[in-house]
Design a protein around this ligand. Sequence first.
Ligand SMILES: Cc1cc2nc3c(=O)[nH]c(=O)nc-3n(C[C@H](O)[C@H](O)[C@H](O)COP(=O)(O)OP(=O)(O)OC[C@H]3O[C@@H](n4cnc5c(N)ncnc54)[C@H](O)[C@@H]3O)c2cc1C
Length: 410
Amino acid sequence: MNKSANKHSIAIVGGGAAGITVAASLRRRRPDLDIALIDPATDHYYQAAFTLVGGGTFDLARTRRSQQDLIPPGVDWIRQPAEGFDPGNTSVILADGRHITYDGLIVCPGLQLDWDRIEGLQETLGQNAVCSNYAPELAAYTWDCIRDLRGGTALFTQPQMPIKCPGAPQKIAYLAADHLRRSGSLDDTEIRFALSGDVIFSVQEFVAPLQAVAARYGIHVDYATTLVAVDGAAREAVFETTAANGESERVTRRFDLLHVTPPQSAPDFVKQSPLANDAGWVDVDQQSLQHKQYPNIFALGDAAATPNSKTAAAVRLQAPVVVENLLAALDGKPLPAEYDGYASCPLVTAHGRVILAEFIYGGKVTPSFPLDPTRERRSMWWLKKHFLPFLYWNIMLKGRHWDIPHRPRE
Ligand SMILES: Cc1cc2nc3c(=O)[nH]c(=O)nc-3n(C[C@H](O)[C@H](O)[C@H](O)COP(=O)(O)OP(=O)(O)OC[C@H]3O[C@@H](n4cnc5c(N)ncnc54)[C@H](O)[C@@H]3O)c2cc1C
């Protein structure tokens, strides 16, 4: 490839929810802009529906589209993984050794699933009733395991935060419990939800409603409890529980179903780059989404060091902020846009029931609808199952900004 092909006005690293949205939005605003999108993946997934796939109510094929069909016309797709950043020389280093230089850079490669931090897990994932909604090739197996369960012990895990979609680990426990209730096996099944943290959800207003849902199904919630090892063939999982005095003990539990949410962190190549903060995430200002050290670099989505809930819903509102601010930065103007930390989490509590949690920085509840957001609703199930996938594919990924204003709850 010649030298000029390696130089672009804007380079975007990662073509997931965030990368495609900002690429499309930039092209809408400035059709002549020279944009390169760097991503080796040929498939794009609507990950938010993986919970429904695992719950047996959404077809996996409907979560996948060809990346080729989503990349906006005119955007140069570089099918290589980025391996590093050299911000001093305004360049991204690719796995094939090329350096892509830019005037402005958007960093959004998502996060990394650290399966190998749980001993024995990788060897048994996708078999021996060990499942996870966190990978497309495994989500359908979650439903196989739930459907085939006839009593016994079902374990669900949630690692240390931050993770993407912090509600997802418990949503699948509720869908499983609801299925068991309908099939008459709930009373014969011990269900445990083990979480590393000490609270079931980070936004206070939703804690009591979610505890009530867990209690309704008879789910035991084990706080400060982390999955550390799995022996799939023996159907045994090892948990470490930390007591209030800091002492920890290990407990081995037999299981008939184990749904694992893996530990998660920033991608290694981001962690090891000059763009990372101490925790490894891209060190951007939480309102402007501009890098704290490099003004021509912005980040959004799961890789950004912003303290919002890592969701596609957050990306939807971050994208226009990044686009407006990056274009202003390149024009030498003040940054006009601010992100307020909005995220939403449709907390599926049963087949046909959802609590729609919407909130901004500081855990302030900000519903889009004039309804009590803490209640389980059929209308929000419809929104989750039908409307949000439509919004994702046809509005968000097309770079159209469409928003129902969310407001702090009185
Ligand atoms: C089980 C589950 C349930 C969820 N439920 C919800 C929900 O109900 N609501 C909600 O809003 N969100 C939900 N999410 C979260 C949502 O999917 C993510 O927050 C969102 O996809 C983040 O977008 P992103 O662009 O930052 O990352 P991603 O969409 O993950 O995209 C990252 C992209 O970067 C690419 N990439 C990775 N490494 C490199 C590299 N080295 N070089 C170049 N490219 C690279 C990848 O190939 C990928 O295309 C859920 C996620 C999961 C897994």
